[in-house]
Design a protein around this ligand. Sequence first.
Ligand SMILES: Cc1cc2nc3c(=O)[nH]c(=O)nc-3n(C[C@H](O)[C@H](O)[C@H](O)COP(=O)(O)OP(=O)(O)OC[C@H]3O[C@@H](n4cnc5c(N)ncnc54)[C@H](O)[C@@H]3O)c2cc1C
Length: 446
Amino acid sequence: MTDIIKDSNRLFIGNDVPTDYQNPNSNLKVHSVVKPLTEEEVIEVVKYANEHNLVIITRGGNTGVAGSQTPFLGNEIIIDLSLMNKVIELDKETMTLTVEPGITIETVQKYALDHGLMYAPDPASKQSTIGGNVSTNAGGMRAVKYGTTRQSIRSLEIVLMNGSKLVLGSKNIKDSSGYNLKDLFIGSEGTLGIITKVMLKLIPKPLYNVTTLLAFDDEVIATETVINILAKGHIPTALEFFDKESMKYSEKLLNKKFITQKGNAYLLVTVDGNDLNTLNNTLNQIHDISSGAVEKLILTDEEAVDAWVMRDYILYGLYATTKFEMLDEVVPINQFAEIIKYTKTLEKKYDVKVLNFGHSGDGNVHTIMIRDNFTDEAWPAVRQGFLDDLYQEIYRLGGLISAEHGIGVYKQEHFLKNTPKANVDAMRAIKQALDPKNLLNPGKIF
Ligand SMILES: Cc1cc2nc3c(=O)[nH]c(=O)nc-3n(C[C@H](O)[C@H](O)[C@H](O)COP(=O)(O)OP(=O)(O)OC[C@H]3O[C@@H](n4cnc5c(N)ncnc54)[C@H](O)[C@@H]3O)c2cc1C
């Protein structure tokens, strides 16, 4: 490997591997960490791994929450793509931005805005990378109106485990030319290939956005309001739900109070467009629909930024102060209130504190199981019972185990239990065809 990466700041072998690349819950150690600067270096590392039968894990921003970027086997090569972080081309006519995979979402969003354009996907983890976002099909706040990462990808360059390269998709808006291989790699969690270049779709930056905060005493009324808003034909840019308990974690971390202390559950709604009157009318109509709200605030631009930052920090607040497991379930939008209600029945049944926050406009909620009151010995049985019940109900309602985080390792058991065998067999056949030696992130998803 020293022949491929000559710079000692970009290659760490054996005991020289920094600890933050190791699995903190395992004594097994990774083989090495490489930080390529070019696609050619990625190809050479892949060839080396193939020759020596070494497993590869690709890593972007390491913000993944399903365990898919974590080493579990020992002796892996971690390819850290964070140094491949350049903008390659902005094409204003086709409204596309071509980037290297290690660029962060924050940098891409800022770059697009600086050029009067917008990159629509908006995961809360601003230090995650575009390569990671593609590999998990990240969603985030604005998926209600603009879709998940998948809807904003025009083309991908992929290095396969045999060292060959695929160029999938193009600047063309339409494509009915053969199998859609590009979509196969989106959400594949680093198991099929290494993404080395991404062409993103940009959109014109909307001139205005306005935000309202709705507070409810009862979280069931809040969640029922979601479907009422959508059923009236409104398509908000973002429509987030969070309970008061969740917001307390953000308040604690940021050491400041949320804009209101009224109510126990909140909807934060932003609409965007080019006509301010229309947007204000939309918020008025949303207020009329939200008859169960105990407070309806129209936020100034500054208050809106602040409210969204506090929403983004809920998860950071949880990480800073508590032990928990985060879920990522999604249900058809008309079942959103049902699933929130059901999590509360499980809270009582298992005596586990439950919080809920998430992308209610997409039917996607991050249920949080707080495990502070359980010993390490007691927790696995409680967790198992809770998840068995919850996922059974989610699938009964027509939902899925993961909306935007992926399956990784932590959701594998229930994914396999609830997914038709024929579907999993087809996934395994594709994996076998593209990675016959099972060297690329094995043991993830299935
Ligand atoms: C505070 C916080 C908030 C979050 N908010 C959201 C949210 O709002 N919406 C959301 O969807 N997710 C969210 N996440 C989850 C996470 O940020 C996303 O899953 C993100 O897409 C991961 O990107 P990453 O660059 O950190 O990838 P990593 O964590 O490094 O890797 C994730 C997966 O992608 C693969 N991968 C990474 N780069 C490549 C590549 N170039 N080629 C092939 N495979 C690759 C890895 O092998 C792994 O399987 C949040 C996480 C945190 C910690």
